[in-house]
Write a protein that binds this ligand. Structure first.
Ligand SMILES: Cc1cc2nc3c(=O)[nH]c(=O)nc-3n(C[C@H](O)[C@H](O)[C@H](O)COP(=O)(O)OP(=O)(O)OC[C@H]3O[C@@H](n4cnc5c(N)ncnc54)[C@H](O)[C@@H]3O)c2cc1C
Length: 383
């Protein structure tokens, strides 16, 4: 098929400064950040058949479990959490959309003494790693938990408290990012999947069924779609789908002041129960009753009053899970100007993607801070 050029609104010589492939939370946050310094940015997205974690997640801005095995991920996550107020304020100012950011702390609740022992050992190991930032955590006993979580059930044996954790409304976040990019220098192109990427003469040519897009830089942020694209610019992208399920309970009066890692109350009063992790291939259509039953049972044991509320919805969605669980950010050595970004905590990291990663991409190189997130870590030979 002969390719024609997609009209580039206001794009001088017909070549964008950057094309971002994928308009989920990762791609939209990066495009938003690029739009602050580049004049012509294209943001391409697939059609509604796409697997999208960004429309089915839990919305936590979560620090307390991140970085075991890679302290720099703990530092990157903490940095993102600290940048979140800046991003939330900018989005409100530019779009009028309040993403409902709350960062008053968070709890990870344990339902037996065995769980307490295992979690405390995990937290001590996490904090003891060289290079791990100190953000402070505290083990609350069952009485202290009841102060933060009134009505906590008798099975609650303790909880880990940190004051760096929080949450946003993830659908409002996606909407705000899309609204912000649409009113700036970013040309949003829905229903425009990238089929292939070619490099030459100082720019990239992205082929789509609606024509071709030319750009000096290309950022692959296509979630599970990244693997096929990255290979075309000399990058590997070891990501797999990991299914998570969420139950929604009907709204009730506000009673949860901080989010738990597995339970939260939204601003309008509904409840989300979540945090399952399954390998289920690309199946995001079905929900597993056994998993839902476990989620519901743990939520009811945590807060017995939830047993009075009706479940109104449940869904599953696919996380974009790098092989070792840590983000991947890299520029291609073969085709400089081609970048990839993938992670499993795209809500938490959105502020870092918009305010730190995007400026690096705009400037043409990733800083040393991001060196640990290169795929070179997968190529180390065991001695
Ligand atoms: C159940 C669940 C709970 C979660 N909870 C949290 C949480 O509490 N906190 C947190 O930080 N994270 C959470 N996450 C993870 C978070 O949702 C993801 O990290 C984030 O949404 C990933 O965004 P993404 O843009 O990389 O991927 P996606 O949302 O999958 O978006 C990728 C986009 O790329 C597009 N695309 C694909 N291929 C192409 C192509 N060839 N051309 C053009 N476009 C393409 C698709 O259309 C899609 O819009 C959760 C995920 C799940 C599933």
């Amino acid at each position: 098929m002969k390719q024609r050029c997609v009209p580039a609104a206001g794009c001088g010589d017909g070549i964008y400064d950057a094309a971002v492939i994928g308009a989920g939370l990762v791609g939209a946050a990066i495009a938003y950040g690029l739009g602050k310094s580049l004049a012509h940015v294209a943001l391409l997205d697939e059609g509604d058949v796409a697997y999208r974690a960004s429309r089915g997640n839990f919305g936590l801005v979560w620090v307390q479990s991140k970085g075991m095995g890679m302290a720099s991920y703990g530092a990157w996550t903490l940095g993102a959490a600290r940048l979140w107020p800046t991003l939330a304020a900018a989005l409100l100012d530019e779009t009028g959309v309040d993403v409902h950011l709350e960062q008053r702390g968070g709890l990870h609740v344990m339902l037996s003494e065995d769980e307490v022992r295992a979690r405390v050992s995990f937290m001590k190991g996490l904090a003891a790693q060289p290079g791990m930032p100190a953000w402070g955590w505290r083990l609350l006993d069952r009485h202290e938990v009841a102060d933060v979580l009134p009505g906590a059930g008798p099975d609650v044996a303790g909880a880990i408290w940190t004051d760096v954790d929080g949450a946003v409304d993830p659908l409002r976040l996606l909407r705000a990012l899309h609204a912000a990019v649409s009113s700036g220098p970013v040309h949003y192109l829905p229903e425009t999947p990238a089929c292939s990427i070619a490099w030459g003469n100082g720019f990239f040519r992205v082929a789509t069924p609606r024509g071709r897009i030319d750009a000096r830089k290309v950022v692959m942020a296509a979630g599970l779609g990244n693997a096929a694209l990255a290979a075309q610019v000399g990058l590997s992208m070891p990501v797999r789908p990991q299914r998570g399920q969420i139950i929604v309970l009907e709204r009730s009066r506000p009673r949860l002041s901080v989010p738990l890692s597995t339970l939260r109350q939204m601003a309008e009063g509904t409840w989300l129960i979540g945090d399952s992790q399954q390998d289920a291939g690309l199946d995001d259509q079905s929900v597993g009753w056994d998993v839902l039953a476990t989620l519901a049972d743990r939520a009811r044991r945590t807060l017995p009053a939830l047993g009075q509320l009706n479940a109104v919805r449940a869904w599953s969605a696919l996380r974009v899970m790098p092989r070792d669980g840590f983000p991947i950010y890299e520029q291609s050595a073969l085709c400089p100007g081609a970048f990839v970004a993938a992670c499993h905590s795209g809500v938490t990291l959105a502020a870092a993607h918009a305010l730190k990663l995007a400026p690096m991409i705009a400037a043409g190189s990733l800083s040393q801070e991001l060196a640990p997130f290169s795929t070179r870590r997968f190529h180390v030979q065991a001695s």
